[in-house]
Design a protein. Structure first.
Length: 567
């Protein structure tokens, strides 16, 4: 063999080896597409810490392209008997119930049996005639201004594990003399409105809400393990019981609700998947009705809300997300639908500390990664946080009034700006510009604003399509307040209850015949902050001679409820 032939053979062999190496590199460098089994294994890993006999847990169902593709249970439905959670375990799903109540109202409107813009007193004459007309549409979108039923009951001395019926709620609502705000003026989440909506369904249909929803929603969809729980003594097979965690042990949280509309739907993840599929292939309702239940609320000033008929309509990583969460006692629930991707995920839990929404989005990340829009992320290195001088950050530190008795405190830790609302955990803020920050855990943007003198005097928060302006509060010295003039007994006709304020160990203390005592801390002139959520802000009122005549009490969902000082 000639030298030229040997050289040619070597060249061919070299090219063959080089080509093989390139092909092998290309094959190994291409990301292998996850199989259904891979994805299911990753979902199981998300729930692994609760997947044990001696722990409360969760149930999950995933719907994709018109089919239920995965459902499973983790942990125990009943810790006393070690009964495991399965996809057929029945959970109380709290406020996820609201979309069914709103659907019922929308269906009756679609059938011409009621109008969304009717005065609610047409059907509920026991509700007081306020200065402004309340419509059904106001109830649907949480723009009614009604005070929230749970906060009112707590202020009146009820415990959340008491037996609470619809009749109890109707009685306390019928005694209210004022609204939180003019109807349609703003959005404030209100359970009362959805209890009233269920009552309206009963008035219009002549059936109980339990019966109407069975006949018009659950039976047609073959949701055979689903019901509105209107009797706290009713036996429900395969139900989960709720718990809270304390250290390494768990305790029971009882729930004795016998009220429906705002809450109290009992269902399974597999049953709820049939509801999610109904939005893709309609069996109950029609096209016009489905468009109606996705109509977002509009305020009097024409601002559009993200809330629509029992659901929040927003975006997640560039994709439209229609979702709602729920929480009562130790139950936690979440249903999220990505309509454009025909993908839904629902998670129920019986552990109070469980966060189903967070887990649902992690599941969405597994299945929808290819759909996400690649947006520039602000990493710690890229963030302008390091570029903002400590002097500027110091100007933002302080307290901002979020609502009566609720303060948002801005502080810094190791040069990192953070925010903490009264009674809530601290959340870190990422800098976008020198005045604009982002709270990833709350999906909210914060803007610091200066007055004409250049001083920071306001914080604006934009979250879920809503804008909130928080004025900066001035520093106040509690020790300068003479507590003796704030003592006495204060009575509310609207709640038919009273509180006694007295001084204990140099602290103003509020006492009630059913609640534990709690402290009232001076925050500014004639204003105290309670260290319990339902008595958060207390404003003392005086007459012309400067004598205290009463108080106005506020919390996140009740504003300025009046208590008269008794002689």
């Amino acid at each position: 063999m000639s030298t030229r032939q040997k050289t040619r053979i070597k060249s061919v062999l070299f090219l063959f080896i080089l080509l093989s190496t390139c092909l092998l590199w290309a094959q190994t460098s291409v990301k292998k597409e996850a199989t259904p089994e891979d994805l299911e294994h990753k979902v199981d890993e998300l729930f692994s810490q609760w997947n044990k006999e001696d722990s409360p847990g969760a149930a999950v169902a995933i719907v994709k392209n018109g089919k239920l593709i995965y459902s499973k249970g983790y942990g125990s439905a009943n810790l006393e008997y070690n009964i495991p959670i399965t996809p057929k375990t029945v959970f109380h799903i709290a406020s996820v119930s609201k979309q069914f109540t709103a659907f019922a109202i929308a269906k009756l409107a679609d059938e011409g049996k009621l109008s969304l813009d009717e005065d609610i007193r047409k059907y509920l004459p026991d509700i007081p005639a306020f200065d402004e007309i309340l419509t059904i549409r106001h109830l649907v979108h949480h723009t009614s201004g009604l005070r929230d039923q749970w906060d009112l009951l707590m202020m009146a001395g009820w415990r959340m594990d008491d037996v609470i019926t619809t009749n109890h709620i109707m009685k306390i609502l019928s005694r209210q003399k004022e609204l939180n705000f003019k109807p349609g003026e703003r959005y404030m989440y209100c359970n009362s409105g959805y209890t009233l909506m269920a009552k309206i369904v009963e008035k219009v249909s002549g059936k109980s809400f339990f019966e109407w929803t069975q006949d018009n929603i659950f039976k047609p969809l073959n949701m055979n393990h689903t019901l509105f729980y209107d009797d706290h003594q009713k036996v429900v097979k395969n139900r989960a019981y709720s718990y809270y965690q304390s250290g390494n042990s768990y305790g029971k949280i009882r729930l004795n609700y016998a009220n429906v509309g705002a809450t109290s739907l009992f269902t399974t993840v597999e049953d709820l998947s049939k509801w999610a599929l109904n939005f893709e292939k309609i069996k109950v309702g029609n096209k016009n009705l489905m468009q109606q239940v996705h109509e977002r609320g509009v305020l009097n000033n024409e601002d559009t809300l993200t809330y629509a008929f029992g659901n929040h309509i927003d975006k997640y990583k560039g994709l439209q997300l229609i979702a709602h969460s729920g929480g009562d006692a130790g139950y936690r629930s979440y249903l999220g639908r990505f309509p454009d991707q025909k993908f839904s995920v629902m998670i129920f839990s019986n552990l109070a500390s469980f966060n189903p929404g967070e887990l649902a989005m992690k599941i969405a990340d597994l299945y929808l990664e290819s759909f996400y829009k690649k947006e520039k992320a602000i990493t710690e290195k890229e963030s302008e946080q390091e570029q903002i001088s400590s002097k500027v950050l110091q100007e933002y530190i302080g307290d901002y009034q979020l609502s009566p008795g609720v303060i948002l405190t801005i502080s810094t830790i190791d040069g990192q700006l953070s925010a903490r609302a009264t009674g809530n955990p601290r959340t870190d803020l990422e800098a976008i510009t020198e005045t604009e920050f982002f709270a990833p855990s709350n999906n909210a943007k914060l803007y610091f604003k200066r007055n004409n003198e250049g001083k920071v005097d306001q914080l604006t928060i934009i979250q879920g399509g809503r804008e909130m302006n928080l004025p900066r509060t001035k520093q106040f010295e509690p020790s300068s307040v003479d507590l003796t003039e704030f003592t006495g007994k204060f009575y509310s006709e609207e709640l038919e209850t009273s509180y006694t304020f007295s001084i204990v160990n140099k602290q103003l203390v509020a006492s009630h015949r059913r609640h534990s005592d709690f402290n009232l801390i001076p925050s500014k002139t004639d204003f105290f902050t309670g260290d319990i959520y339902f008595f958060r802000g207390v404003t003392f009122e005086r007459d012309a001679t400067n004598n205290i005549t009463g108080i106005r009490v506020s919390n996140p969902r009740v504003r300025n409820l009046y208590f008269r000082k008794m002689k």
